[in-house]
Design a protein around this ligand. Structure first.
Ligand code: HEC
Ligand code: HEC
Ligand code: HEC
Ligand code: HEC
Length: 308
């Protein structure tokens, strides 16, 4: 080969090599900046401050040598891989009670003991995107392309109801109140739950399982989340579903939260035995009947509005 060509080829190789190295370097830098790694380093420093080197030198050494690594819980029952604990590192550690987020221990440690992290993960109660390793990706706030945003604080009990049908047994006050309101406001005149009720509106027996993508968000401000849809729909059914015959008297925020928690807990999901909550042998789910003809329902709602 001619010398000039050879020289050009060598130069090309060197340039390619350098470009490759630069790219590799950029990935390393970006990787080092990953949120979860940063949190794990912070966590290690915090933990080192909390444990005593003298009392347990071996443990201390182990913590000091901790390298950032993705932590995950695999839940076969609902096909989830969850990496929430890659950031929420102190979630079941009493040493971290009162530590700042994302390290703080769970506010309800007793609840977590009954539903151990390695068996239940987090999303069955909290929603969110388990696989994500970023704050935004985990859907702490509603994101457009993930249908299950994290459950807002006021609606947490909706998730308990997916497994626990005996609301009294777990003291789920919002679900109890929501079920009462459902009766008092004669919702069953138009809606069926577990084969009781009318047929003017959709059957709500599996409302929790309904695909968030099947709702119309066109008339909703803010995030495209099913939770937001439900709350807004209770505030003003006709605004969210134009032409809806559903009429309700004005509800206060607490009533909306209770009714929303209740309908969002209505699920037909079945779990294997290890995930099925126990119920008393004599437990009979309270009915929701009390059917009132539709014409009367609308009249009642209008009368109440006229009274104000
Ligand atoms: C990249 C790290 C990271 C991951 C992954 C992560 N979180 Fe968080 N999380 C945070 C941080 C940081 C906060 C505190 C935010 C604040 O205070 O503004 C937080 C806050 C929370 C809160 C308190 C309420 C809120 O929104 O501020 C809950 C509940 C929560 N996370 C649950 C989860 C669940 C469930 C998952 C998995 C699906 C998860 N997190 C995954 C970093 C993370
Ligand atoms: C059995 C259901 C359940 C499981 C499983 C569960 N949580 Fe919770 N979590 C709750 C409930 C209920 C609350 C609200 C408790 C309260 O306010 O006292 C809560 C509260 C929290 C909060 C505080 C929220 C705030 O607004 O301050 C954080 C953070 C949190 N959970 C993170 C997690 C993470 C991370 C996991 C998984 C490792 C997890 N939880 C697993 C039910 C659960
Ligand atoms: C995936 C299903 C599932 C979800 C979701 C769930 N639980 Fe449970 N829960 C269980 C199972 C399984 C047990 C253990 C068996 C039992 O005691 O019923 C349990 C146990 C309990 C117990 C102890 C009962 C006892 O007799 O000792 C309480 C209290 C409880 N759960 C409350 C809650 C609350 C509150 C929530 C919502 C924040 C919730 N659970 C969400 C499945 C679930
Ligand atoms: C006069 C009949 C009527 C009454 C009373 C009524 N609804 Fe409805 N509801 C409907 C109709 C029709 C729809 C479907 C149109 C829409 O989205 O508004 C609906 C929609 C819904 C939806 C959304 C269902 C879905 O699958 O999209 C929920 C949840 C709901 N109603 C709950 C309630 C609750 C809770 C009450 C009592 C507080 C109630 N409704 C009272 C007629 C009624």
């Amino acid at each position: 080969m001619e010398k000039a060509v050879l020289r050009k080829l060598t130069l090309l190789c060197v340039i390619c090599g350098l470009a490759g190295l630069a790219l590799l370097g950029m990935t390393v830098v970006r990787d080092g900046k990953r949120e979860w790694k940063h949190y794990q380093e912070e966590y290690r420093e915090l933990l080192l401050k909390k444990i005593s080197r003298d009392r347990n030198p071996a443990f201390y050494q182990r913590v000091a040598g901790m390298k950032p690594e993705i932590r995950q819980v695999v839940v076969g029952e609902w096909n989830e891989v969850e990496r929430c604990t890659s950031c929420h590192l102190g979630i079941d550690d009493p040493l971290f009670a009162g530590a700042g987020q994302p390290f703080t221990a769970h506010p309800d440690p007793e609840l977590l003991k009954k539903h151990p992290v390695e068996k239940f993960g987090c999303t069955i109660c909290h929603g969110g995107q388990g696989l994500a390793t970023t704050y935004a990706g985990a859907s702490h706030k509603t994101i457009a392309d993930w249908p299950v945003p994290m459950v807002t604080k006021g609606l947490m009990q909706s998730r308990c109801g997916v497994c626990h049908k005996d609301f009294e047994a777990i003291g789920a006050d919002k679900l109890i109140k929501g079920r009462e309101l459902f009766k008092e406001m004669h919702c069953a005149g138009c809606h069926k739950i577990d084969n009781q009720g009318g047929v003017v509106g959709p059957d709500l027996s599996a409302f929790a399982d309904k695909d968030p993508g099947s709702f119309d968000y066109a008339n909703l401000e803010g995030g495209h989340s099913k939770q937001a849809w439900v709350m807004e729909h209770f505030k003003n059914p006709k605004k969210v579903s134009p032409g809806s015959p559903m009429q309700l008297p004005a509800l206060n925020d607490q009533q909306i939260e209770c009714l929303s928690s209740y309908v969002l807990s209505l699920s037909q999901r079945e779990f294997t035995r290890q995930y099925s909550a126990r119920v008393r042998a004599d437990f009979v789910p309270p009915g929701v009947d009390g059917i009132v003809p539709e014409t009367e329902l609308s009249a009642t709602a209008e009368d109440e509005e006229g009274d104000k």
